[in-house]
Design a binder for this molecule. Sequence first.
Ligand SMILES: *Cc1c(COP(=O)(O)O)cnc(C)c1O
Length: 395
Amino acid sequence: MIPYGKQDINQDDINAVLEVLTSDFLTQGPKVPLFEKAFIKKCAAKFGVAVNSATSALHIANLALGVGKGDLVWTSPITFVATANSALYCGAAIDFVDINLMTGNICVDALERKLIFAEENNTLPKVIIPVHLAGQSCDMAKIHALSLKYRFKIIEDASHAVGAKYKGKPVGSCQYSDITVFSFHPVKIITSAEGGLAVTNNKLLAQAMRQFRSHGIVSDEASMTEPSHGPWYYQQIGLGFNYRMTELQAALGLSQMTRLDEFVTKRNALAKIYDQAFNNTSLLRLTPNDNAYSSYHLYIVLLASCDKGSHKNIISQLREKNICAHLHYIPVHTQPYYQKLGFKDGDYPIAEEYYQRAISLPLYPNLAVKEQQYIIDTLLSEIKTSNHKQKLIGQ
Ligand SMILES: *Cc1c(COP(=O)(O)O)cnc(C)c1O
């Protein structure tokens, strides 16, 4: 089976992990700070907090921004469930803003309409989490402008967008947000097996996230409520978690960083081949934004029209032919857990239409030219068959 995404591990990565394994520190050693340093340099942010997953990073980002009971957090329904869950962990309520069908990202016009309504009804959100679907940045300048008017904070969920750019600057520079969160799950752009990182330019937010990462414990005297008792002393000044990244993970992440640009360039080159192959066919690709350089975590196409049956059939046929076509994402508000919270089918119609038309095709740095051609040929032939069948039914 050709997977939809796959890590690229070389001998340097293996050596980096082996070196840590025989060193003094398996956790809480020098590699995590080194990884943080390399990462913030790459995305031109001031502070970085590495954790064991992007889910944890989202959780502590919300907490650092003071999200709690009685607060509202808004995000996109087209995301992995973790984005929305992170607000629920804090006791806040979640709500969604519908997407733009052709980018898959949060629709800024829908956002503005919802904000105007929320202001009238006293239900403005504390935090909005835009998600850079497939690696293409949302229109952050516009969302940031709205944040000034309606006084909400912004966490970018850039899990897909490691190595991406917006208006010429790296995603993660936090020019238009308070915190940006990245994932290093193996299907993402670079991997640390499991892992995530939250970056910010705000020192206090970084400090708060560091505390939440490690039990709410501080060991610098300046943060303590009384003078240190001695060299063993630490204080727990809040309630935190164990969300630490291990040294093994950080060493892998650090080693992968050296090939980040290469990975993103390769992904863009493969995406271009898909683009050209689907030109002048009925398939639509997500519309590129002139301001955004995508990291192409995913290559997503949309079928020309909504047809639940043929959409399912095309994905199933591709799987049967050893191509692991996928679908990112099932709209979060249609998940049973979220329906129990009161969300209903029909709440976000564009996201639901997107779900009936989108297909993610395999894309990863080592996808071979021959494999990609096989994917293209198979998909186009399935679409032809499906169109033909529809015509027969129509007669
Ligand atoms: C992968 C992903 C996450 C969660 O990342 P983990 O590192 O697996 O916790 C969150 N949001 C989005 C959009 C993702 O793709």
